[in-house]
Design a protein. Structure first.
Length: 635
C-alpha cells in the first residue's frame, strides 16, 4: 500500500519545477560562534570544506590549510582510511577489529557530524535516480557515490549499533574521550529543571533515555550504558532523517549494583548501589517533568531498563507524555511482523495467525511485550477477545513453563500463566524441551538473553512441529546471548524452517545451491519509523494502534516471492525506504485516532486532509539529509 503511494509521490515530486528534496539547496544556518570555536563544534565544523568566503565570514582564514576540499573528496579520504584499517587489522580477533572501526568512526563523529552521517549510514535507495526518476541536476551525488554509500549502510550499522555497541558499553569508561549527551544523576535531585537548560540546542525532537540497568543482554553497566542511547539516536538520524542537532542521548545514573564497576578505578559513574522504590521513581519523575517543560513536543524513548522499571515507567508515562519503550513495544512490533511473515511463509492467510501455537522463552520486558502485542493481534483477527487469544501462547521463564500454580508469580507474567492441566502431561515448571515435544509449536520464539538455550535437543524436537515450515526466532542480542546460531537451527531443526535472530548471522549454505536465509529481527526496522511518524503527526501519545500499524506495515513490506524463500525482513540498505513507509503508517494511525496535533507549520487539519500519497511526500520531505549548510554568523 505505502510502497505504491510512495512511488507515485516520488514521480509527482520529480515532475515539479522545484527540487524534490529541500536539502538539495540547503538553507543558511545561523551560528553564534566564530573562529576556532566553530572548528571545535561538530555540529557546524566542515574541516577543510569551508569555502573561502565562509572562512572570511567566520574568521577562519589562516586556521585551516588553504585548499578547499569538497564533501565528496572528504568522503573518499575517510573511506580510504577506513579500508586501510580493515586491511591492517585482517586476521585479528573480531572484537578487536570492531572496536578499532568504532574508534575511527567515533573520532569522525566527535569532529564533524555532517560528514559522519553522510559517510556512515544515510544515503539510501529512495534517492536513487531509478526510484525517484529525478534528473541528474536534482541529485547531489553521482550513481557511483550513491552505490558506495548504500553499501556502507551494511558495513557501518553493526559498528555504531548492535553488536559492537555492546563491546563499547562494556569498555566505555576506558574508551571515554569526549562527552556526548547529558547525564542526570541521583546527586542532581532538585536541580534537573534548571540543568535541562544546559543543553545548547534550543529544540530537541528525540530523546533516548537509559538508566544502564539492563544493557542488551549484558546486565547492569551503570553509566557505561550511555552508548546505547548514542547508538539508537545514530539510527534515528540515519534511518529516520532526524536532524542530529535535535537529538539528545541521556543517561540517568542512579548507581549500579555491578560490583566489578564499583571497584573499577576508571568507572565514571556514581559509586553507590542503585536507588530503588520511591527514591528511584522520583528521579525519573523529575527528569520527565524537566524535559516536558523545556521541550513539550519531544519524544522520549526508554531503552534498556530492567524489567520491573521498564513496565512501571511505560505505564506511568505513556498516557501523559509522547513516549514509548523500545525493548517492550519496539521488540514486540518487529517480532509480530516476523510472526505474521512466518504465517505467509507457510502459504496461509494472515488471519491464520490466530491458529498458530507459539512458545515464548523469556518473561522479561521483551518477551512479555511480544506476548501482549501478539495477543492483541490475535484478538482482533479472531474477534474472540484477549482471554481466548491467550490459549495458543506458552510462556517459559528461568523456572520453566509458567502456570497458575506458580508461587509468587510475576504480576506482569500472570495474565499469560496456563491453567493447570491445560495440556495433558505438562506441569508447572515443565522444561523447554518438554513443552516443545508436547505442544509441537508452529513458532519457537526466544527472548531470554540466555545463549544456547535452544540446544540441539530442543531444535530437533521442532522437526515434529505441527507446521510444515516452523519458525525459530533467536531474538536475544548481542550474538553471544542468542538462543541458538543459524547454523545449528538449520542443522538440527531441518532445512525447511524459517529463521530469525536479534543479532547478525551469515546465511547458511544448505548444499545443492540451497540457502538458509537469516532474518535479523532488529528493532531498527521499526523504532525510527515509530519516532518519525509520532514526531511529524505531533501525536500527544504513542498508542497501541500506532504501534500495530507500524508492525503490520513492516509485515507487508516483503514480496510474496521473498517470503517463499524464507525472507521475512528487508535488507538494511532499504532502511530509509522502510522508515518512510512505517512513519507514514504511524502518522495515518495517529490521525485516525485523533491524536495528531500537527508539527511545525503543518497543522492537524492539514494532516487530516492528506491522502496517502501526500502523507508519504510529507514524511519524505521532512527527513534531514547530511549536506553542508552555509553558515552565517549572528551576534
Amino acid at each position: 500500500m505505502w510502497r505504491a503511494a510512495r512511488f507515485a509521490a516520488s514521480r509527482r515530486l520529480s515532475n515539479r519545477s522545484t527540487r524534490p528534496f529541500s536539502t538539495a539547496i540547503p538553507g543558511p544556518c545561523m551560528v553564534h560562534k566564530r573562529g576556532a570555536d566553530i572548528l571545535h563544534d561538530p555540529w557546524f565544523n566542515k574541516d577543510t570544506g569551508f569555502p573561502l568566503t565562509e572562512r572570511d565570514r567566520l574568521g577562519l582564514r589562516g586556521l585551516l590549510p588553504p585548499r578547499v576540499i569538497s564533501f565528496e573528496q572528504q568522503y573518499a579520504r575517510f573511506m580510504e582510511s577506513y579500508r586501510s584499517l580493515e586491511k591492517n587489522t585482517k586476521g585479528q580477533p573480531e572484537g578487536v577489529v570492531a572496536l578499532a572501526k568504532w574508534r575511527i568512526l567515533n573520532r569522525l563523529h566527535d569532529r564533524n557530524e555532517t560528514l559522519y552521517y553522510r559517510v556512515s549510514l544515510v544515503l539510501n535507495l529512495y534517492i536513487s535516480t531509478t526510484l525517484c526518476n529525478l534528473s541528474s541536476s536534482d541529485v547531489v551525488l553521482d550513481d557511483a557515490h550513491s552505490q558506495a554509500l548504500i553499501d556502507n549502510i551494511q558495513d557501518f550499522a553493526p559498528i555504531i549499533y548492535t553488536p559492537t555497541v555492546g563491546l563499547v558499553c562494556q569498555n566505555y569508561s576506558g574508551l571515554f574521550r569526549r562527552p556526548r549527551g547529558m547525564y542526570f544523576s541521583a546527586k542532581d535531585k532538585g536541580e534537573m529543571m534548571s540543568m535541562i537548560y544546559n543543553w545548547p540546542a534550543h529544540q530537541v525532537d528525540m530523546i533516548v533515555l537509559t538508566d544502564g540497568s539492563r544493557i542488551l543482554g549484558l546486565g547492569d553497566l551503570g553509566v557505561q550504558g550511555i552508548g546505547i542511547p548514542i547508538g539508537k539516536l545514530d539510527m534515528y538520524v540515519a534511518a529516520a532523517g532526524i536532524n542530529p542537532q535535535r537529538i539528545l542521548p541521556v543517561m540517568l545514573d542512579v548507581g549500579t549494583n555491578n560490583q566489578k564497576l564499583l571497584e573499577d578505578r576508571l568507572y565514571l559513574g556514581l559509586r553507590q548501589p542503585r536507588l530503588e522504590g520511591e527514591e528511584y521513581i522520583s528521579i525519573v519523575d523529575e527528569f520527565m517533568e524537566a524535559v516536558h517543560t523545556r521541550w513539550p513536543k519531544a519524544i522520549v524513548q526508554f531503552e534498556d531498563f530492567q524489567m520491573k522499571w521498564a513496565f512501571e515507567t511505560l505505564q506511568r508515562y505513556r498516557r501523559r507524555f509522547c513516549t514509548f519503550n523500545d525493548d517492550i513495544q519496539g521488540t514486540a512490533g518487529v517480532a509480530l511482523a516476523g510472526l505474521l511473515g512466518a504465517v505467509r511463509a507457510q502459504g496461509r492467510p494472515l488471519s491464520d495467525f490466530a491458529k498458530q501455537k507459539i512458545v515464548v522463552v523469556g518473561a522479561g520486558s521483551a518477551g512479555l511485550g511480544v506476548l501482549n502485542m501478539a495477543v492483541q493481534a490475535v484478538a482482533r483477527m479472531s474477534g474472540n477477545g484477549e482471554a481466548a487469544a491467550k490459549n495458543n501462547f506458552f510462556l517459559i521463564d528461568k523456572d520453566g513453563l509458567v502456570t497458575k500454580e506458580r508461587n509468587k508469580i510475576d504480576p506482569m507474567a500472570a495474565p499469560f500463566a496456563k491453567d493447570p492441566g491445560a495440556i495433558d502431561g505438562l506441569r508447572e515448571g515443565a522444561s523447554l524441551l518438554e513443552v516443545v515435544k508436547k505442544v509441537k509449536p508452529h513458532v519457537l520464539l526466544g527472548l531470554s538473553g540466555v545463549g544456547g538455550v535452544f540446544n540441539h535437543e530442543v531444535l530437533k524436537a521442532m522437526r515434529e512441529s505441527d507446521s510444515a515450515k516452523p519458525a525459530i526466532f533467536a531474538m536475544s542480542n548481542p550474538t553471544m546471548n542468542a538462543e541458538c546460531t543459524a547454523e545449528d537451527a538449520f542443522k538440527h531443526a531441518g532445512e525447511n524452517i524459517v529463521f530469525g535472530s536479534g543479532s547478525p548471522f551469515d546465511n547458511v549454505d544448505l548444499g545443492n545451491g540451497k540457502v538458509g536465509h537469516v532474518n535479523q529481527a532488529n528493532n531498527m526496522y521499526l523504532f525510527p519509523g515509530i519516532g518519525l511518524g509520532a514526531l511529524l503527526s505531533g501525536a500527544r501519545i504513542i498508542s497501541d494502534g500506532m504501534l500495530q500499524a507500524a508492525s503490520e506495515c513492516l509485515a507487508s513490506y516483503i514480496t510474496d516471492e521473498d517470503i517463499q524463500k524464507g525472507i521475512l525482513y528487508p535488507s538494511i540498505d532499504c532502511i530509509r525506504d522502510i522508515t518512510v513507509e512505517v512513519g507514514a503508517a504511524v502518522l495515518q494511525a495517529a490521525v485516525a485516532e485523533e491524536l495528531a496535533e500537527g508539527h511545525c507549520e503543518v497543522g492537524p487539519k492539514e494532516l487530516m486532509n492528506m491522502c496517502k500519497e501526500e502523507i508519504v511526500e510529507y514524511v519524505t520531505r521532512s527527513m534531514w539529509f547530511p549536506v553542508y549548510s552555509p553558515l552565517v554568523h549572528e551576534k
